[in-house]
Design a protein around this ligand. Structure first.
Ligand code: TPP
Ligand code: MG
Length: 585
């Protein structure tokens, strides 16, 4: 059997329904093996960065591994941003790159290149993949493919890459029945009785506990288990940006998102908690601030993560547990009596008081559309099962702070790589993973221009992708940063920056486009945007004065975001003492 056919068959057998790619000579045989197939479809993108991120979006939104392909040289290098994102955010994806024939490849020779577009992509991506292999012997193909697929999905998920020279693609092999043994099961790593007792007693002695949900909750498909555990114990839940959609925001136990751009009330909860059960989170700097020693300083921390390297890495845990989140929660949920509900009413009342007092600022000036108000309206108008894809920048943080993500909704965004221009290709991938669901892109004028060409993919497949572009005439997030730290010298975020007429550009792609610049326009525009399942585009003019607030600056504890509360107010907002360095009295 031809190797390229074997590979596509294997992917189809894995349940992969779509492969995202940009063509090239070095992919020749693989493309030919995709030709005419109905069980596995080819989605031709217009930039490999977008193909990689579409695969990422497909894996984030669905149940399957994402697959992207690119030709050798520039095709392969263009994949890198998406590969890195899958690595940092733990998304299972397989990247296949075409390569020159093995007899044209330099291997160890001290020359720069032999074959046309020959590029050592395996070495280039090594630091950002779980594994990357160039197949040089056809007989290794099955072993490498099966191992790569298994690696991408098991343990802490992530990207894998296979570099496939043309002569290997066209070689024949006799595939054997599955080579791999049973996949590593995490069920063997159950928390034992001793451990359960420890957790039980930590919870028992706490009066201000919090569950902190990270991206690992979704990765291990543990959202329902988290909901069950929270309800069984009555413990309120804060989330990280990656864990944002792992717990329904309309649940009474939901507090908010923590971190640099987190909700002030959620950060106050973290600062004052006496127990934090942190699930599948790596305590990224955006979460803890730049002074991790001040983070959750009153709390004992139970830190559960599948990746042992993340335990006691930045935050010292009272109880570090290397374990799959779902396995952990499932086994705790097995015996609800263990964790019978305690009365946390004073704690919950304190949290809810802060939620009201420190809610986001919805006020505008004259008729300018305040982003928080606008996105709250978007949130209300979203279909029950919409998938929101947020780009990177102010638009992302406004959306993360304000959109009330419901139980059947998703919120997809890049955390660790955080590439501007990622939301549109992410949405394309998500729409193929979840046919029939509306996909809503929240993006900025700067970021949108990085993958604007993918409007053609949206149009070509008539995808139910609704793009909301918050146009503040600049790289707003960088402008905010320069205003804060560089005396308002807006080099390159505003100076030297300009936008095209987005209405004309989007219309040229045959997608219906609309623009609003006043409050009165919001309701009719959202009504019409969400009224059908065709592609749609809404440009919202946002005044450049709007900032992401609150925001934490460097060297501050998370509870002390800007705009700063008066020291007196901060003191009264805290249960524990404020830090001496925050006290100017
Ligand atoms: C590929 C890439 N280049 C540069 C950046 C740095 N960056 C982060 S946010 C941002 C501004 C994005 O501007 P825009 O899309 O208009 O969003 P806004 O912040 O204005 O909402 C930039 C340039 C990045 N994250 N990714
Ligand atoms: Mg902008």
């Amino acid at each position: 059997m031809k190797i390229s056919d074997y590979i596509i068959d294997t992917l189809a057998a894995e349940g992969v329904t779509h492969v995202f790619e940009v063509c090239g000579g070095a992919l020749g045989h693989l493309l030919d093996s995709l030709y005419g197939r109905r069980d596995i479809r080819t989605v031709s993108m217009h930039h490999e960065m977008a193909a990689a991120i579409a695969a990422e979006g497909y894996a984030r939104a669905g149940e399957n591994i994402g697959v992207a392909m690119a030709t050798s040289g520039p095709g392969a290098t263009n994949l890198i941003t998406g590969i890195g994102s899958c690595y940092f955010d733990s998304i299972p994806c397989l990247f296949i790159t075409g390569q020159v024939n093995t007899y044209e490849y330099k291997f160890g020779k001290p020359v720069r290149q032999i074959g046309f577009q020959e590029t050592d992509i395996v070495s280039i991506v090594k630091p950002i993949v779980k594994c990357a292999v160039l197949i040089s012997d056809p007989q290794d193909t099955q072993k490498i493919l099966e191992k790569s697929l298994s690696m991408a999905k098991t343990g802490r998920p992530g990207p894998v890459l296979i570099d496939l020279p043309l002569n290997i693609q066209r070689s024949d092999i006799e595939p054997l029945p599955h080579l791999m043994g049973a996949e590593l099961s995490h069920d063997s790593l159950l928390p034992d009785e001793n451990l359960v007792n420890k957790i039980k007693s930590l919870i028992k002695s706490s009066s201000r506990p919090l569950l902190l949900a990270g991206g690992g909750v979704r990765s291990s498909k543990a959202s329902q288990d988290l909901l069950d555990f929270a309800h069984a114990t009555g413990i309120p839940v804060v989330v990280s940006l990656m864990g944002l959609d792992s717990f329904p925001h309309d649940d009474q136990l939901y507090v908010g998102m923590i971190g640099t751009y987190g909700n002030r009330y959620a950060n106050l909860a973290v600062a004052n908690a006496d127990l934090i059960i942190a699930l599948g989170t790596r305590f990224d700097t955006r979460q803890t601030g730049t002074s991790p020693e001040t983070f959750a300083r009153a709390a004992k921390i139970i830190h559960v993560d599948i990746d042992a390297h993340e335990l006691n890495n930045k935050i010292k845990a009272h109880l570090p547990l290397q374990m799959d989140i779902r396995t952990f929660l499932k086994s705790l949920n097995l015996n609800p009596k263990n964790f019978s509900k305690k009365n946390y009413s004073p704690w919950l009342a304190w949290i809810n008081h802060n939620k009201t007092k420190y809610c986001e600022d919805f006020t505008g000036e004259k008729d300018a559309i305040p982003p928080y108000l606008f996105l709250r309206e978007v949130s209300k108008a979203l279909p029950e099962n919409a998938i929101i894809c947020a780009d990177v920048g102010q638009n992302q943080m406004w959306a993360a702070q304000i959109i009330e993500v419901k139980r059947d909704q998703r919120f997809l965004t890049q955390g660790g790589m955080a590439s501007i221009g990622s939301a549109l290709p992410m949405a394309i991938g998500a729409s193929f993973a979840q046919p029939g669901r509306m996909i809503v892109v929240i993006t900025g004028d700067g970021g949108f221009q990085l993958n604007i060409q993918e409007l053609q993919t949206v149009y070509h497949h008539n995808l139910p992708v609704k793009i909301i572009l918050l146009n503040n005439s600049g790289y707003g997030m960088i402008r905010q940063f320069q205003e804060q730290y560089f005396g308002g010298r807006l080099q390159s975020s505003v100076i030297g920056y300009s936008n095209p007429d987005f209405q004309k550009v989007v219309s040229a792609y045959n997608i219906s486009a609309r623009r609003i610049c006043s409050m009165a326009g919001i309701a009719p525009a959202l009504g019409s945007l969400f009224s059908d399942s065709n592609p749609g585009f809404l440009e919202v003019i946002i005044h450049e004065k709007f900032r992401v607030v609150p925001k934490l600056s460097v060297h501050k504890p998370v509870e002390d975001q800007e705009p700063e509360l008066s020291r007196e107010e901060l003191r009264s907002a805290m249960i524990i003492d404020i830090l001496p360095e925050c006290d100017d009295s």
